[in-house]
Design a protein around this ligand. Structure first.
Ligand code: GTP
Ligand code: MG
Length: 195
């Protein structure tokens, strides 16, 4: 995928900070530390664009990245991660307000990419979010992350287990690695198929 340019256009703590929404948007959702910011950087081939960290809970605001490609521009939205152990109840409520404030009635939102670490079992959070998106008619993809951490044989077994435990059709599941770049072209094709 040829990327002409990628730059941040907004960092928002609420609706008032959202950009105009004149381009199709793709939102990246998932547990804290699952690799949302890393995958986004890989997709646009810009190493330091979205901040990544070993410390969960790094992305606490919504970040909007405008990506120019030959023929079709779009905006990738890095949403704050949920579910890190230290998060207090007030923090969880803040997350909910922030993310729902975006997902509810954002006309520009065309697709969501739900991330799930291939090594971990998904929780009710992933299922509920995927169902919530489906109910609102927002098509979603499942990006399995950090596949470089598993040997090929373990990978295949985990992939089968994952596909049957989450409500996503098989043709919307992509195995990825931000470390090696595996699955990146496939993820772009899957995203474009939904736009
Ligand atoms: P929050 O912003 O806290 O929600 O986290 P995030 O989902 O944006 O995760 P982030 O991209 O910051 O990555 C978390 C950690 O996982 C970092 O240490 C990354 O280097 C590492 N990581 C992300 N993707 C991969 C991958 O594909 N392979 C490997 N080996 N490590 C990865
Ligand atoms: Mg992040």
């Amino acid at each position: 995928m040829k990327i002409l340019s990628a730059r941040i256009v907004a960092t928002a703590a609420g609706r008032e900070g959202f950009p105009p929404g004149d381009l199709p948007e793709v939102a990246f959702l998932g547990r804290s530390n699952v690799g949302k910011s890393s995958l986004l950087n890989r997709l646009v081939a810009r190493r330091g664009l979205a901040r990544t960290s070993r410390t969960p809970g790094k992305t606490r605001l919504l970040h909007f990245y405008r990506v120019a490609r030959p023929g079709s521009d779009l905006v990738l939205v890095d949403l704050p991660g949920y579910g890190y152990a230290k998060a207090a109840k007030t923090e969880r409520e803040r997350w909910k307000g922030l993310v729902e404030g975006y997902l509810h009635g954002r006309g520009a939102l065309r697709a969501a990419v739900m991330l799930q670490d291939l090594r971990r079992d998904p929780s009710e959070d992933e299922t509920l979010l995927l169902e919530w998106l489906a109910e609102r008619g927002i098509p979603s993809l499942l990006a399995l992350t950090k596949i470089d951490k598993l040997k090929p044989r373990e990978r295949a077994a985990r992939l089968r287990a994952m596909a049957s435990s989450l409500p996503v059709p098989a043709d919307r599941v992509v195995a990825t690695s931000a470390a090696t770049g595996a699955g990146i072209d496939e993820l772009w094709r899957a995203i474009d198929a939904l736009l």
